[in-house]
Design a protein around this ligand. Structure first.
Ligand SMILES: *Cc1c(COP(=O)(O)O)cnc(C)c1O
Length: 363
């Protein structure tokens, strides 16, 4: 099987060093050997999340940590505000509704970043317990102004919860400095692991809310996970293999340095956006994230043709649009084991696909 390079906004290419770490003999999870790995990984997670508070690792996809940040903070009948500007913002609303939370949704047109003033006014009117935000909205490629939104929430005593699943690492997110209460992440994005782990960091205020919340919870009960975290342990069997990979991938990220990594994401996304512009693909948003680039499919071009052509002839997998954007946009992920040269390869592949598409139309 020819190897296809994933230029998708998750899952991503996993570095060979991480694959090697995951292929080592598996320790039992209740041994000192494994506990040492967990202690190391936990400390590195805190550095990457830029927090002194616990960052818990769950054996779920990213949505599991999103759900945990609803059922652990709120009780049925509590109020929450959700900022929704795409598929993942919508997911926050579906989750709060599932737990009987009185939810006010701020609907932002897809492709636009939320106006902080509108969030401030809504929090003043609704007086919710928590506000659920998305840093990088992966369905549209929009980056929301989290630093400002977190400050607005903090000034009003509202817990700020950030889906940073494609936000973390690719964009600045000093959790403690910005006063963010909950940061949620997933393994198959900029953390460069296979899918299967999620991460959730809780501020002191969020930990207090967790102790008081009355929503039903069992597997995702963070009271148990917090207690175990202190001892580098887990309430249930952890995903041992992925955690061995995690320890290694965090080393790679921290060895490069968080600042150098941010710079790389800026360069890759700038180059991708400019290169697509040269090919006649207009950027979907004027508030772009760095973890991915989203561009409109030109008139008369079939998105599926481009995706299939690029995969078949160039062994590069790009992503199309989701829901209402299906067929209308192409999404280029910059996360995972990719470098600037890979952006050039993706641009060349798309150029080739567009030429083939035009030939097809005219023949
Ligand atoms: C990938 C992603 C998720 C989580 O999806 P899972 O499939 O549950 O891992 C959530 N939010 C955003 C912004 C994402 O990019």
């Amino acid at each position: 099987m020819t190897r296809t390079s994933l230029h998708t906004p998750g899952p991503v290419n996993v570095p060979p060093q991480v694959v090697e770490a995951m292929g080592r003999p598996m320790p039992h999870h209740r041994t000192e050997t494994f506990q040492k790995i967990v202690e190391g990984a936990n400390a590195k997670l805190q550095r990457v999340f830029q927090t002194n508070e616990p960052v818990m690792t769950l054996a779920t996809s990213g949505t599991g940590a999103m759900e945990a940040s609803v059922c652990n903070l709120l009780s049925p009948g509590d109020k929450a505000v959700v900022v929704s500007s795409g598929k993942f913002g919508e997911r926050w609303g579906q989750l709060t509704n599932a737990y009987g939370i009185e939810t006010e949704i701020i609907e932002v047109p897809w492709g636009e970043a939320v106006d902080p003033e509108l969030v401030a006014k809504t929090l003043d009117r609704v007086r919710p317990k928590a506000v659920y935000l998305t840093y990088s909205e992966t369905s549209t490629g929009v980056l929301h102004p989290i630093e400002e939104l977190a400050r607005i929430a903090q000034e009003r005593g509202v817990l700020s919860v950030v889906d940073a699943i494609t936000g973390l690492i690719a964009h600045p997110l000093p959790m403690d400095d910005w006063g963010v209460d909950v940061v949620v992440c997933g393994s198959q994005k900029a953390i460069m692991l296979p899918p299967g782990l999620s991460f959730i960091a809780l501020s002191k205020r969020a930990q207090k809310a967790c102790a008081e919340a009355k929503s039903p919870r069992y597997y995702l009960d963070l009271r148990k996970a917090l207690k175990k975290w202190e001892a580098a342990d887990f309430p249930y069997t952890p995903a041992v293999t992925l955690i061995m990979g995690l320890d290694r991938s965090l080393d790679l990220i921290l060895d490069d340095g968080l600042d150098a990594t941010l710079t790389r994401f800026v360069r890759m996304s700038d180059r991708c956006r400019a290169g697509l512009g040269e090919l006649g693909l207009e950027a979907y948003t004027s508030s772009p994230a760095r973890s991915l680039t989203v561009a409109r499919v030109p008139e008369g071009v079939n998105a599926k043709f481009v995706l299939d052509f690029v995969e078949r002839n160039h062994h590069i997998r790009l992503a199309g649009g989701q829901d209402s954007l299906k067929g209308k946009v192409l999404r280029f992920g910059h996360m995972g084991y990719l470098k600037e040269d890979d952006v050039e390869a993706a641009l060349a592949a798309v150029k080739d696909a567009l030429e083939a598409s035009r030939k097809q139309v005219t023949s």
